[in-house]
Design a protein around this ligand. Structure first.
Ligand code: SF4
Ligand SMILES: [Zn+2]
Length: 260
């Protein structure tokens, strides 16, 4: 399989994968979303909560706070050698404040390890005068398969488009309409000829084909795909794809080992 990066913006990465097949693309899609471990708050022990927000809702909100962590420094709790949690499989936090005011994600203070919040200003609760929150929380590594708060990314793929144009089959009006109807600006009309400006923008929706009938044929490549991944955790899309490929390899080796 060969990769070619075509777009990288913020937490989104788009690349072309060549010499592969839909099964491989789907495996990469599923693993990148639901099998790459991500650290998130799991247990919350409330010492005091006189805020207007219920204990369960505060715990749920803290679980949604993305945490910045080094994936090489942590291990899944079920794979850790310890029995009751240790700095390799669990991170401890405190979260405390008194009103009047508002508590944010940045008020989560890491007491063990080197973990920070990705976004400082996620509101957790309001506090009036004489109201207080004091709690302890622990974060663990887990995957999107267990809970969406551990989901690493949103991933999708599509067949790489192949667009064939026969200008002789198209009237001048049809060439113009074809370019106009495309929602992704794939076409351009130059010197009265309909041309492909950038086929990578094509989603294979076939609206152009429906508009003009013969003259334009859009199909999907059988061994070439466009893969899009958007990170929804602190890891970069590239880190997630690399980890997903590693997990896919491990899973394949396990299957081969069982067959052998
Ligand atoms: S299939 Fe859809 S996106 Fe692709 S060129 Fe035609 S209209 Fe545009
Ligand atoms: Zn441990």
């Amino acid at each position: 399989m060969k990769f070619e990066k075509i777009e990288e913006k913020d937490k989104k990465l788009k690349f072309v994968a060549k010499d592969t097949n839909p099964a491989m693309m789907n495996a990469l899609r599923r693993i990148s979303m639901n099998h790459v471990p991500v650290l998130a708050i799991e247990d919350v022990g409330i010492k005091e909560n006189s805020s207007p927000i219920f204990d369960e809702v505060i715990a749920q909100r803290l679980g949604q706070v993305p945490l910045v962590f080094d994936p090489d420094k942590f291990t899944l709790k079920e794979e850790c050698d310890c029995e009751e949690g240790c700095p390799e499989c669990e991170v401890q936090f405190t979260f405390e404040g008194e009103g009047p005011g508002r508590l944010y994600s940045k008020d989560l203070v890491c007491e063990s390890g080197d973990v920070d919040v990705l976004y400082d200003e996620m509101p957790i609760t309001e506090l009036d005068e004489n109201q207080k929150v004091d709690l302890e929380a622990s974060a663990v590594l887990s995957t999107g398969k267990d809970h969406s708060k551990h989901q690493a990314a949103i991933s999708s793929y599509q067949y790489y488009p192949i667009i064939d144009i026969d200008n002789d089959e198209l009237t001048e009006e049809e060439r113009k309409r074809c370019a106009e109807v495309c929602p992704r600006d794939v076409f351009e009309v130059k010197n009265d000829e309909l041309k492909v400006a950038d086929e990578k923008n094509c989603t294979v929706c076939k609206e152009c084909v429906d508009e003009v009938g013969t003259g334009v044929v859009v199909t999907g490549h059988e061994e070439k795909f466009i893969f899009t991944i958007e990170s929804i955790c602190s890891l970069s899309p590239q880190e997630i794809i690399e980890k997903a490929a590693e997990i896919l390899e491990e899973k394949s080796e396990k299957v081969i080992g069982k067959l052998g």
